[in-house]
Design a protein around this ligand. Structure first.
Ligand code: FMN
Length: 110
């Protein structure tokens, strides 16, 4: 499951990165809301405007990290982020990107 958090959810994103789901129920401790998925076991996060259900295809070791390759099963998007054609309008979607130097918000189209 891939969840795209909006910028205002950054405190909760940081809190999720501090603990493991093996030790703590992150939904409860961080204050997020579970919604049932349709194709996979992990739940959607209601506070995330985009939730992408994926089936794991492979795990590739790349240096000191693993690259998880997933096959998209279904993409859930909150209606307010869709344009009239039913496609995602990136200009309405403020999501968080983690890069060297910190967290950034997606900017304007170039
Ligand atoms: C915002 C954020 C930042 C993170 N930064 C790092 C990091 O710098 N180094 C690292 O090894 N893991 C980092 N992680 C991963 C988490 O520390 C950790 O792998 C995760 O909480 C494990 O949760 P899980 O066991 O429920 O999958 C980060 C996670 C998040 C959400």
């Amino acid at each position: 499951m891939i969840n795209l958090p909006p910028a205002e959810l950054l405190p909760e994103v940081l809190a999720c990165g501090q603990v493991s789901g093996r030790d703590v129920d992150k939904f409860e401790s961080v204050g997020l809301t579970e919604l049932p998925a349709t194709h996979v076991k992990p739940p959607l996060i209601a506070e995330c405007p985009v939730n992408i259900e994926c089936k794991l295809v492979s795990v590739q070791p790349i240096g000191d990290h693993d690259l998880f390759l997933g096959e998209v099963q279904i993409v859930h998007v909150s209606p307010e982020f869709l344009d009239d054609d039913g496609t995602i309008d990136p200009a309405r979607l403020s999501t968080v990107v983690m890069m060297p130097g910190g967290f950034f918000e997606l900017g304007e189209q170039l």
